[in-house]
Design a protein around this ligand. Structure first.
Ligand code: PLP
Length: 402
């Protein structure tokens, strides 16, 4: 598939690019599968050539912290799938988020953060960055008017997830990006929950996309990784500063290879995750133990119109609130059998977590209420198992939580 090497990827569909983009087997002895370059450093042809590479005057690989050919192929592929100019692979999702922010921000700058995001993202922005003089303001970005109320000309970055942890609030990417742009701020979207198979934030006006590739992109629960996608100059800055010396959060070539293996099935996996999650959401919605349920593709989802405008499927995550609060939440968790009690998401295995006793247990009850995280809230990451088996297991646990 040498034609994909020239960068003209528009004529190929999503899965074709996820499988072939950027790789020509004839360049690697005909190997169907791209090789894994397990090397920390690279030999220079001559002293002069080494010097030129160091000064950025000659292309080539210098040292593995900033570039590796296996990682470079992954970067080309994810950039193509997200519709971005360039990409950078990093060791974890937190590595991608922090390397990007350390590069973009300085003391005195302001950031607007959606008020409910992944727990460690929240800690980085609200506890980490302020120690270095960055002013971080929280806003509920499900209503763009809330951004208008806090944004100033010192705001450099507006950051959010959509759908957002853990209760799947959906944020209007185009509306937020338009306000941010008018104030000279960059919009950075964490696209972990949807992946580019279901949502491409850059097409809706976002400037940068970050991922925890640990989740759906890797897809098999066997690695940690992060990705950044956006304009080539910004990505280059993050590689040269955020990755090279501000974090050193380099992805291993082996993990880069495993993500590419995951990408080959991303589109069909996301379709199956979405189909099963929808089926489970529809079955659970009327259950007597459940007070409310959030799934972006359901008719009764509050931001249904925004979801349909910017996503092409509901994804694998759904959240529901048990009427019985903490007691019911714990009972549900303890009565699942096939479904696995675990944080993380996006794996073949269906995973369940209870924010009040797990990821958000360090919040006070009042803080949880403020973030819309009730004691009976349960989050499911619907896997790829037989959906009837999942419904049996979840149904049994719900009976125990009634
Ligand atoms: C897991 C996750 C992260 C952090 O990613 P790691 O790979 O665990 O560092 C960031 N954002 C979201 C939405 C996540 O689910």
């Amino acid at each position: 598939m040498a034609a994909t090497k020239d960068g003209d990827n528009r004529k190929f569909g999503f899965s074709t690019r996820a499988i072939h983009h950027g790789y020509d087997p004839s360049s690697e002895h005909g190997a169907l599968t791209p090789p894994i370059f397990m090397t920390s450093t690279y030999a220079f042809e001559s002293a002069e050539a080494g010097g030129e590479m160091f000064r950025g005057e000659r292309p080539g690989y210098v040292y593995g912290r900033t570039r590796n050919p296996t990682q470079a192929l992954l970067e080309e592929r994810i950039a193509s799938l997200e519709g971005g100019e360039a990409a950078l692979a990093l060791a974890t999702g937190m590595g991608a988020i922090t390397a990007t922010m350390w590069t973009l921000l300085s003391a005195g700058d302001q950031v607007v953060l959606d008020h409910t995001v992944y727990g460690n993202t929240f800690s980085f922005f609200t506890h980490g960055l302020p120690r270095f003089g960055v002013d971080v303001r929280l806003a509920d970005l499900t209503d763009p008017a809330n951004l208008e109320a806090v944004i100033t000309d010192k705001t450099k970055v507006v950051f959010f997830e959509t759908p957002a942890n853990p209760n799947l609030r959906v944020i209007d990417i185009a509306a937020i990006a338009a306000i941010a742009r008018a104030h000279g701020a960059l919009t950075v979207v964490d696209n972990t929950f949807s992946t580019p198979a279901l949502q491409r934030p850059l097409a809706h006006g976002a400037d940068l996309v970050v991922h925890s590739a640990t989740k759906f992109l890797g897809g098999h629960g066997d690695l940690l990784a992060g990705l950044l996608v956006g304009p080539a100059d910004t990505v280059h800055q993050v590689r040269q500063h955020g990755l090279r010396y501000l974090t050193g959060a380099t992805l291993s070539p082996m993990a880069a290879f495993l993500i590419m293996r995951g990408l080959k099935t991303l589109e069909i996996r996301m379709a199956r995750h979405s189909e099963s999650a929808m089926r489970i959401a529809d079955t659970l919605a009327g259950h007597r133990a459940i007070a409310s349920l959030s799934y972006p593709w359901r008719e009764d989802f509050a931001q249904r119109d925004v979801a349909r405008r910017q996503m092409s499927g509901g994804g694998g995550l759904l959240a529901f609130e048990l009427k019985g609060g903490m007691t019911a939440g714990l009972a549900f968790m303890n009565h699942v059998d096939l479904v696995t009690r675990a944080v993380s998401l996006g794996d073949s295995e269906t995973l369940v977590q209870h924010p009040a006793s797990m990821t958000h247990s360090s919040y006070s009850a009042e803080e949880r209420a403020e973030h819309g995280l009730s004691d009976g809230l349960v989050r499911l990451s619907v896997g790829l198992e037989n959906v009837e088996d999942l419904l049996d297991d979840i149904g049994g646990a719900l009976d125990a939580a009634t």
